[in-house]
Design a protein around this ligand. Structure first.
Ligand code: C2E
Ligand code: CA
Ligand code: CA
Length: 677
């Protein structure tokens, strides 16, 4: 039984919180480190480009000033040479002074050049050459003054040649520096261009990385959300996905009668557990995947399917009223009831569907959890009626909730060992002897006293709790059998078992183990199965019945006559006993039809080789009639009501004769529980 969890709980889904932060954080870290690396790389590129640009600029500036200084030097040198030429004509002192002043400027220019590290040596050499030329000019001056004009002319010629040579060198140096400066400019332009590219690349890179990080984070979040909300086996939304889906689909305006409605169908696969247990989980998984596929196909056009548990699926229908929801349920059933073939094994399923509709008429169903709980209660009712679909109503909800409450109380009763067995004698009509007892369950409630099985067993019949109860009953009955044996009595005990026990493949083994544990002979145990059970699930019960029979346990068909079982059918089962339902027995002396029926059942039973037991024998007339028809055993208030075990001992040793009708009434004090029927 699944009751919807509120969305807050669903959000605490293990997939939803823990890995989300863990994985998100890791990706974030990786992305950030990546971003940082790229930004650092690109920024370094920009810095390198900038620095190379500034270096080139420095070089170009230096080259330009060198070129300009050589240009000055060349100018001064040319000017000085011209002045010397003029001076030589008449050795005019004014011209000589002007030449000296120009030479001083030339030397100053060389000094400026020598401060530039690359030019220090060259300029020092040039300065020396200038000094030498001036010395030659002075020498010629002195020779001319001393009246040696020819020597003076030779000195002049030497100075002139040296000066022209120096001017040529200066021109070359100027040209070199000029070329360097031009080249520097080209370099600067290149660096600037590189910078021009690098800057947008850095910016673009940063923007790209930021976008990439955002994308990674968004994609991761999406992936995690989808992981947390999807069932990995079938790919359908899981419980959390469903909660989100329902929240989105629920109509907002609950009071408006014209507002759209939303329907939720809760599906439970009948028999899935059996298939899973019998064939293994791989088959179970494959089957679930197939089921999901068919479900998706059947509901794609009208809604969304989800898987919320083992074999529980939900379909959410947007804008669907009762008719549309019921039509969808019918469609889903016919899709899922067509047999599945998995690994060449044909598997049939049935499905129980609970429908809950959120519209203006059901304001109590306007939260996802309320809607799911309502669908769950309706599904429970559908299961109870043996499949198909049931729509939730407030009245149905109340009835089923009550039942669910009873299940809880019975579970506690089992836990607290409040279940007890009373025993009703079965008497042989041939010799009036006690031939056995039927164990009948009671709930010894601390406040309400003895509660008959009809008040609590039906509520747990389809519930797995009945398996525990069956185990408790068998244990108590066999323990009692053992106790009686120790007191010298071998009293066969009949135990009623529910349909579920026979559908359980390990039931026969469980019984065998208990027989061994309490050291009870199998022939002392009779298992009663109702006719309805045998008829409804015959094929599936047959295996367990045969296994029990093989153990040597007697098998009895209970409430015979209520289920219209065909004798031909019963013939194929390993039965030992037929119990005629008390509704026939009670009326057999007053209604001719019942008398004929009872008589023919006894005869048919004998023809099949079965011992016939009549239940509910309350008066001596009935008893006599049954005896006349050849009925083997009777059980009923005429002899005794079901009583606590200690009374059976006294009863059995008292010597048995059918007691007058009044006696059961006197014995009524023993058992204050009235049978339900
Ligand atoms: P049942 O197996 O048909 O059991 C016989 C029922 O008829 C018992 O009701 C018994 O008290 C009642 N009864 C016996 N003689 C007479 C009589 O002369 N007149 C009338 N009117 N009734 C008589 P009880 O004990 O209330 O049990 C009701 C049903 O509960 C049982 O019907 C059986 O189907 C079920 N049940 C009882 N114990 C167990 C159990 O341990 N396991 C299961 N699965 N079902 C049980
Ligand atoms: Ca019975
Ligand atoms: Ca019965």
């Amino acid at each position: 039984m699944i009751i919807a969890e509120p969305p807050e709980t669903a959000v605490r889904h293990p997939h939803a919180s823990l890995p989300l932060t863990a994985l998100g954080g890791r990706t974030q870290r990786i992305a950030l480190v990546g971003l940082l690396a790229v930004v650092i790389g690109l920024a370094s590129l920009a810095i390198v480009s900038t620095r190379s640009a500034s270096r080139e600029t420095q070089k170009a500036t230096d080259a330009a000033s060198i070129a300009s200084l050589y240009q000055d030097a060349r100018f001064y040198a040319t000017r000085a040479l011209a002045l010397f030429d003029q001076y030589r004509i008449d050795r005019d002192k004014t011209v000589g002074d002007a030449a000296d002043s120009v030479v001083a400027k030339l030397q100053h220019t060389f000094e400026l050049l020598s401060r530039i590290p690359t030019q220090a040596t060259t300029s020092a050499g040039l300065a020396r050459r200038a000094t030498a030329i001036v010395a030659m000019a002075n020498e010629s001056d002195a020779l001319a003054a001393s009246g040696r004009p020819a020597a003076a002319t030779r000195a002049d010629q030497r100075a002139d040649a040296a000066a022209r040579l120096a001017i040529g060198d200066l021109s070359r140096l100027e040209a070199d520096a000029h070329r360097d400066s031009q080249e520097g400019l080209v370099e600067i332009r290149g660096a600037a261009t590189r910078l021009g590219y690098a800057t947008p690349i850095v910016l673009g890179g940063v923007v790209f990385m930021a976008l990439w990080v955002c994308l990674v984070l968004v994609r991761d979040r999406r992936r995690m959300t989808s992981l947390a909300t999807t069932d990995p086996l079938t790919g359908l939304p899981n419980r959390l996905g469903l909660a989100n889906l329902v929240t989105r689909t629920l109509p907002a305006d609950t009071d408006d009668p014209g507002a759209r409605s939303c329907a939720l169908l809760l599906l439970d696969l009948d028999r899935f557990k059996e298939i899973n247990d019998a064939l293994g989980h791989e088959y179970g998984d494959d089957l679930l995947v197939e089921v999901a596929g068919r479900l998706r196909k059947a509901t794609d056009a009208v809604g969304t399917a989800a898987r919320i548990g083992g074999d529980e699926f939900v379909v959410v229908l947007d804008s669907a009223g009762a008719d549309a929801a019921e039509a969808a349920a019918t469609g889903i059933r016919s899709a899922l009831c067509t047999p599945f073939t998995i690994d060449n094994i044909e598997l049939s399923l049935d499905v129980s569907i609970g429908i809950a509709i959120a519209d203006s008429r059901a304001p109590e169903l306007h939260t996802p959890s309320a809607l799911l709980r309502a669908a769950d209660l309706a599904m429970y009712a559908a299961k109870e009626q043996g499949g198909g679909h049931v729509r939730y109503t407030a009245e149905l909800g109340m009835r089923v909730s009550e039942k669910v409450t009873i299940v809880g109380q019975v579970r506690r009763a089992v836990d607290r060992d409040e279940l007890v067995l009373h025993y009703q004698p079965q008497v042989s009509l041939d010799d009036d002897r006690l031939v056995g007892v039927e164990a009948l369950l009671r709930w010894d409630h601390p406040v309400r006293g003895m509660i008959p099985p009809a008040e609590f067993l039906p509520a747990v019949e389809d519930h797995q709790l009945i398996d525990r109860i069956t185990h408790v009953v068998l244990t108590k009955a066999l323990r009692q059998s053992k106790a009686w044996q120790e007191q010298g009595m071998r009293i066969p005990i009949s135990v009623n078992v529910a349909t579920r026990a026979l559908l359980n493949a390990s039931f026969a083994k469980e019984v065998a183990d208990l027989l061994a544990e309490y050291d009870v002979d199998a022939s002392l145990l009779c298992i009663e199965v109702t006719e309805t059970t045998v008829m409804r699930d015959s094929a599936r019960c047959a295996g367990t019945l045969n296994a029990l029979h093989d153990l040597g346990i007697r098998l009895s068909v209970d409430d015979y006559g209520t289920g219209y079982a065909s004798m031909a059918y019963l013939k194929n089962l390993p039965l030992d006993e037929l119990k005629i339902d008390r509704s026939f027995v009670a009326r057999m002396t007053t209604e001719e039809q019942q008398r004929i029926l009872t008589e023919s059942v006894i005869e048919l039973g004998h023809n099949l080789g079965l011992s016939v037991v009549a239940e509910g024998v309350e008066d001596a007339d009935v008893c006599q009639a049954l005896h006349a028809f050849g009925c083997d055993v009777v059980q009923g208030f005429l002899y005794s009501r079901p009583v606590p075990p200690e009374e059976i001992l006294a009863w059995s040793t008292s010597g048995i004769t059918p007691v007058p009708v009044m006696v059961p009434a006197q014995r009524a004090g023993i058992e204050d529980v009235e049978p339900a029927r």
